[in-house]
Design a protein around this ligand. Structure first.
Ligand code: TEU
Ligand code: CA
Length: 571
């Protein structure tokens, strides 16, 4: 018999489809040594909680050495953990403990840029002849100004002047994050080395940061419309680079690789995650992050949530993803304001909307990612002033607009849209600093921790936490239908109603959601084609009202705001 080497048998490696991923923002999860910053020992300390939640894998935001200009997305040493989080030994011990608990660990990897403090960049600054010069993207001034009109995604020009060589370097993000030159084979080889280093230590995969911007336009020329973010994404050469990396590293290991790819459609996902020219196992696409933003996804310009657009997006992804392609789903992460504040209704339907978001997240085709704190319904934070904001993207925005806009209006925008909303410390209990630390944390604690905290939800059957735990169980029990079943919207044209049927072989489930703060008059009996006539089981619901009345009476009934339930039947 042919011996199958588990590690090399990537073909049958589909475990990542059945898992629930939990994203930890290490700086704000739990502070073990009480210096105000979350750390690896703090995460280790909470393994029982993660086990109790039922999640299968953790994705950490970057914990490598970094001056923290962009909270770790500016790496100065890819081979070592930053002291603020611990050290490499702490990570290896954590890997061991988590693996014993059947929890996998995914690291974050930033390949588009390094920190300006990275050795490569410090060398590159020494002059045009330095061997590291070509690791980055340089250009001469044009008419004494920036080489092109390209904009940084974080505001201002994408070019920064280096007075020593009198050239500019490119930075798609902060000026402290110079972009790497992926044309250079040496750069690609560095990443092959880095990836292998961590995989050989037992890491179970990666989340690849902003990975579809690593390939730059062929020519350094002005864009017609430099504000259009499409200009910066998805150059075909990017996927040549990524498939090279995939072939030389990931393919040889039994790991899960998800790539953060803004501006990605189902068609592109089909190309880059399926076997022909594989770049990653799954995409982290942004389509549903646009349902309350404009097409350009301007962070600080919020609109009301467009549920009809959301329906189209999930229909598309759930029906048009190729059999061998894959995606992830999420409601939020460290880059967005809190999901429940964004898509739910914290004031009037806090519990209901928080739970509805869980139902949807965990019943779509794709690997779900739960962002830390969403499972206890953490909300946006009422930052009292700009002094409490830590994120440089938000501070840049403030500085760039303070001349043009009213100060209070500006602060309101930041309060409602800043990435810092999701970066406040995890609310463990109602003790000082929400039980996160014994000292004042690096970023303020959301004052609502007295009411919203994990401890108060554990024994409360009606809590968002317990609903999540139940839903995580459902996601796993019914993973065959959820991952591989067909998808059909029902009552598609009824505004704000999000009902879908998932079906495989002789099992099916119907997920019913009223994605709004209004009562919806509806005859569910007829809409669902008498679905519950036989032995239909209600496997979860976020209201205690009699579902029987709603489902069995052939009458128009009122479906309450943010109502959410799942029906299941086997023929
Ligand atoms: O975010 C990437 C990011 O901001 C882009 O995907 C952007 O939204 C998109 O290109 C549309 O303009 C990642 C990290 O998640 C974030 O925290 C970092 O600040 C950023 O990369 C830079 O590393
Ligand atoms: Ca600490």
């Amino acid at each position: 018999m042919k011996k199958v080497n588990e590690n090399n048998n990537k073909l049958n490696n589909n475990w990542f489809k059945d898992i629930v991923v939990y994203q930890i923002y290490p700086k704000s999860f739990y502070d073990f040594n009480n210096d105000g910053i979350g750390d690896l020992k703090g995460i280790e300390e909470k393994v029982d909680y993660l086990k109790y939640l039922g999640v299968d894998a953790i994705w950490f935001n970057p914990i490598y050495k970094s001056p923290q200009d962009d909270n770790g997305y500016d790496i100065s040493d890819y081979y070592n953990i930053d002291e603020m989080f611990g050290n490499n030994e702490d990570l290896f011990r954590l890997l061991d403990i988590f693996h014993k608990n059947n929890i996998k660990i995914l690291m974050d990897l930033v390949m588009n840029h390094t920190s300006y403090q990275h050795y490569w960049f410090q060398q590159a600054l020494k002059g045009k002849d330095n061997p590291y010069r070509n690791y980055y993207v340089w250009a001469k001034p044009k008419n004494g100004k920036e080489p092109t009109n390209w904009k940084s995604i974080f505001g201002g020009s994408a070019w920064e002047f280096d007075p020593v060589s009198e050239e500019y370097y490119l930075h798609y993000f902060l000026k402290e994050q110079p972009d790497l030159n992926w044309k250079n084979q040496e750069v690609r080889d560095e990443f092959i080395k880095i990836i292998k280093f961590w995989l050989d230590k037992g890491v179970d995969g990666f989340r690849l940061d902003a990975v579809n911007v690593i390939g730059k336009p062929d020519k350094l020329e002005d864009f017609k419309n430099p504000d259009d973010i499409q200009n910066y994404h998805n150059y075909p050469i990017t996927f040549d680079y990524l498939s090279e990396i995939y072939e030389k590293t990931f393919k040889k290991y039994n790991v899960f690789v998800m790539g953060e790819v803004a501006e990605t459609t189902v068609d592109l996902a089909n190309k880059i995650t399926s076997s022909k020219k594989k770049c990653m196992d799954a995409v982290i696409h942004f389509e549903h992050m646009k349902i309350d933003r404009n097409e350009n996804m301007e962070r600080f310009e919020k609109r009301s949530v467009d549920v009809e657009k959301f329906k189209k997006i999930i229909k598309n992804w759930n029906t048009n993803l190729n059999e061998d392609a894959w995606t992830t789903w999420y409601w939020g992460n460290h880059d967005w304001d809190r999901a429940i504040s964004r898509f739910g209704n914290v004031e009037e339907y806090y519990l209901e909307s928080g739970k509805m978001l869980a139902t949807i997240l965990l019943t779509l085709k794709g690997t779900p990612i739960i962002y830390q704190g969403d499972e206890i319904g953490m909300t946006n934070c009422a930052f009292p002033s700009i002094d409490e904001i830590r994120d440089k993207e938000s501070i840049n925005y403030y500085k760039l607009n303070i001349e043009k806009e009213n100060k209070d209006v500006l602060l309101d925008k930041i309060k409602s849209c800043s990435r810092d909303n999701s970066r406040t410390p995890f609310q463990w209990d109602n003790s000082d600093y929400a039980g996160f630390s014994k000292v004042k944390p690096w970023i303020m604690v959301n004052p609502n921790y007295l009411k919203i905290n994990l401890k108060s939800q554990i024994d409360d059957n009606n809590s968002i936490l317990n609903y999540y735990i139940k839903m995580i169980g459902i996601r796993k029990k019914y993973s065959n239908i959820i991952n591989f079943g067909s998808f059909e919207l029902m009552g598609e044209n009824i505004k704000d109603l999000l009902i879908y049927k998932r079906e495989i072989n002789n099992s099916s489930m119907i997920v019913i959601n009223n994605f709004s703060s209004n009562y919806k008059e509806i005859n569910l009996h007829d809409l669902l084609n008498n679905y519950c006539y036989n032995n239909c089981e209600i496997i979860i619901a976020n209201y205690k009202i009699s579902l029987k009345k709603l489902l069995f009476e052939k009458k128009i009934k009122k479906l309450p705001p943010f109502y959410s339930a799942i029906l299941f039947t086997k023929k």
